[in-house]
Design a protein around this ligand. Structure first.
Ligand SMILES: C[C@@H](N)C(=O)N[C@H](C)C(=O)O
Ligand code: ZN
Length: 235
């Protein structure tokens, strides 16, 4: 169990809302394209207050960089999709290691899964420990410029590497590294101004009101005892 999963949840039962067209999106959606199951809700949906805060974040961004927009990669993710993506990523990791995923030993499976879970939450059905995206309060996103071109963040979303750590480029004396770090700081600044917290291993993952958000806030403000406002979304 991760420490943030001990945070109590008092669900506000806010609805999930489709993201408005003011935000750019990855099209087609990256996991739907792979065949992930979305029977009920779009992956581009978030809890209503989280949508409002995302709009605030984009307003802050446009005050600093006119015309730039947030580009959403993924938002609401039901637990079966979390399971699908963990299995998919496990197969990728096995292939990279030269292993056939359907012939690995229990020990190899454990090793490969440990790598997967550095970046992917466990597809847990326990309502006390929901995967962050199944709450509808977590979002993976990046920036595009006024011409609609991707802003270079020095790594791809969902990349299983140290480059994904938010501070990977901090202090590196190289012009590209400084630019990547400036872009990551800009994204984090706008999201933080709107109340979001960023994942400690992923420059692209932010949330507002889930267990990880409360845990990160309490860690930053000693003495604060925030709880989660969103558990696993249930219609
Ligand atoms: C890997 C990335 N897409 C992601 O969302 N990671 C977090 C930790 C998750 O699986 O909830
Ligand atoms: Zn995420």
């Amino acid at each position: 169990m991760k420490p943030y999963q001990r945070i109590p949840i008092h669900d506000s039962h806010e609805p999930l809302l489709e993201l408005p067209a003011v935000f750019a999106r990855f099209d087609p959606h990256p996991y739907a394209k792979l065949g992930a199951p979305y029977p009920d809700y779009s992956p581009f949906a978030l809890r209503s207050s989280v949508v409002e805060r995302l709009q605030q974040a984009q307003t802050y961004l446009q005050q600093l960089q006119p015309g730039w927009r947030l580009q959403v990669f993924d938002a609401y993710r039901p637990v079966p999709v979390q399971q699908f993506m963990v299995e998919y990523t496990l197969a990728v990791v096995c292939t990279e290691r030269g292993w056939a995923v359907d012939q690995i030993t229990p020990q190899q499976r454990q090793e490969a899964l440990a790598q997967v879970h550095q970046f992917w939450a466990v597809p847990n059905l326990n309502p006390l420990t929901p995967p962050p995206h199944s709450t509808g309060a977590a979002v993976d996103l990046t920036l595009i410029d006024a011409q609609g071109r991707p802003v270079d963040m020095g790594g791809e979303l969902d990349e299983l590497s140290l480059r994904s750590y938010p501070d990977h480029y901090v202090g590196l004396a190289d012009a590209s590294a400084e630019m990547y770090d400036a872009h990551r700081q800009l994204l984090n600044y706008c999201m933080a101004q709107a109340g979001f917290e960023r994942h400690y291993h992923e420059w692209w993952h932010f949330s507002y009101g889930d267990q990880l958000w409360a845990w990160l806030r309490n860690r930053r403000h000693l003495g604060q005892t925030s709880t989660a406002q969103y558990g696993r979304f249930a219609a």
